[in-house]
Design a binder for this molecule. Structure first.
Ligand SMILES: CC(C)(COP(=O)(O)OP(=O)(O)OC[C@H]1O[C@@H](n2cnc3c(N)ncnc32)[C@H](O)[C@@H]1OP(=O)(O)O)[C@@H](O)C(=O)NCCC(=O)NCCS
Length: 245
């Protein structure tokens, strides 16, 4: 059993000292007070967050090689680190993906932008969810992505922890379904499949079998069809840019 099984979903609210400190710095309200922590040994163990619930045992070698990591709300102070991590993990082509069309110029869904932070406060993982409509005027849903983990910390359970936390928070906030474009062999473990996306399309080139969905509410994807549309709040344009435009 690996470290991903040592997750405390939603149970560890407000336990990270970093989180409280950063919360006051986020200007646009993209903030959730929920956090998930996992890992309890390795570098920075003295600052490790102690989960209140533990599942099973952890392989000692894996736990030792993984620094304590907490899943917390992203803050404005994380933007540069998040972008550098995405460049490292996904390369420059990441900005040409069709999902990007649904994200560009928008804010993530309220309370649904998370980072994985190591014991030193470094951003080692990121995931965000975005408000979309399924077809013109269609049902509301979330689009998840990008999900990325620091390449030096791959396969330590951080991606899974981000996914589980994101799904739990989306459900807690009352969302009905999550869609994403990704590898079914990875996302299948969280319940995603292409079974309900046959009548949906992305607004740009994509591989149909990689458009996956997870219902958080039974039947949420019944009868949905059409091309996904961005429906999130637009990023505010700075006054200077407005004057220039
Ligand atoms: C994909 C990614 C987020 C996974 O995060 P992670 O923390 O390394 O993954 P986890 O530790 O949670 O899970 C590891 C398991 O997932 C598997 N896995 C990872 N990527 C996979 C993929 N693309 N397809 C199938 N399985 C995959 C690993 O083989 C491992 O399997 P195991 O549990 O049987 O050993 C990470 O590798 C990453 O950032 N990749 C580059 C960016 C990217 O491709 N993002 C996803 C876009 S679809």
């Amino acid at each position: 059993m690996d470290i991903a099984n040592f997750i405390v979903d939603g149970a560890a609210r407000g336990i990270s000292p970093l989180e409280g400190e950063m919360a006051t710095k986020w200007p646009e309200g993209v903030l959730s007070d929920a956090s998930t922590s996992f890992g309890q040994s390795g570098v920075g163990a003295s600052r490790a967050i102690t989960p209140s619930v533990a599942f099973g045992d952890i392989s000692p070698s894996r736990a030792e090689s993984t620094r304590a990591v907490a899943i917390v709300a992203e803050t404005a102070a994380d933007i540069a680190a998040r972008e550098a991590l995405l460049d490292d993990a996904m390369g420059p082509k990441r900005k040409t993906k069709s999902s990007e069309k649904l994200r560009r110029g928008r804010r993530p869904s309220e309370g649904l932008a998370f980072v994985a932070r190591d014991a030193s406060g470094n951003v080692v993982g990121t995931v965000r969810l975005w408000d979309v409509r399924l077809g013109e005027g269609g049902a509301a849903a979330l689009l998840l992505g990008p999900l990325a983990v620091d390449p030096s910390l791959k396969d330590a359970g951080i991606g899974s922890a981000l996914m589980r936390h994101a799904i739990a928070e989306a459900a807690r906030l009352g969302h009905a379904a999550i869609l994403l474009v990704g590898d079914a062999p990875y996302y299948g473990r969280f319940g995603f499949s292409a079974a309900r996306t046959g009548s949906l399309a992305m607004p740009g080139p994509y591989e149909r079998h990689r458009l996956l969905a997870l219902e958080l509410v039974d039947g949420a994807l019944d009868g949905v069809q059409g091309t996904l549309r961005a429906s999130g709040h637009r990023l505010s344009v700075p006054a200077e840019a407005r004057r220039a435009g």
